[in-house]
Design a binder for this molecule. Sequence first.
Ligand code: IMP
Length: 189
Amino acid sequence: MKEIVFATNNSHKLEEARAILAGRFRVRSLAEIGCHDDIPETADTLEGNALIKARWVKERYGYDCFADDTGLMVDALGGAPGVYSARYAGPECDAVANMRLLLDNMEGKTDRRARFVTVIALILDGEERMFRGSVEGRIADAPSGTAGFGYDPVFVADESGMAFAEMTPEAKNAISHRGRALRAMAAEL
Ligand code: IMP
């Protein structure tokens, strides 16, 4: 079976990608190829950051690979935190602090529309390609649920009416931004 590196060590993301690409690709993590680099995410777009990560792995380690970058775009905040979602509350990338800041900034706002957007950059057989997936929802008034990661307790998906953190991984992956981007990629492979 062909091997491909997913430029991440996030176990949630790896499991999801392995399930979607099962039978076609053996998906390896950064740790599995001995890459422990702190890959810089210095672009100001999701596409730019995904490409930086994918090219880093291809150029330094020689593997075909894909990399994702995700942002939570909140309408009432002019699209913030967007490409800066991981570092919204500071460089520590603290998910609880990020959520707290988001809820503070949304206090009193009646328009709570938001979406997660994922971009995947794929480098395979010498070609670079991009895929995209998104999910519409709204920012809850308070966190609920314990599953998932990141902003999952405060993002209520339109299609389920539940916070991502209240859904099983399977139910979340079926409608999630990253699930959709991964399936768009899988459909073309
Ligand atoms: P990344 O590009 O996947 O590292 O994500 C950037 C930021 O968005 C991080 O703060 C993540 O916690 C958050 N994020 C990405 N995907 C999800 C998700 O599926 N649920 C909740 N937060 C997410």
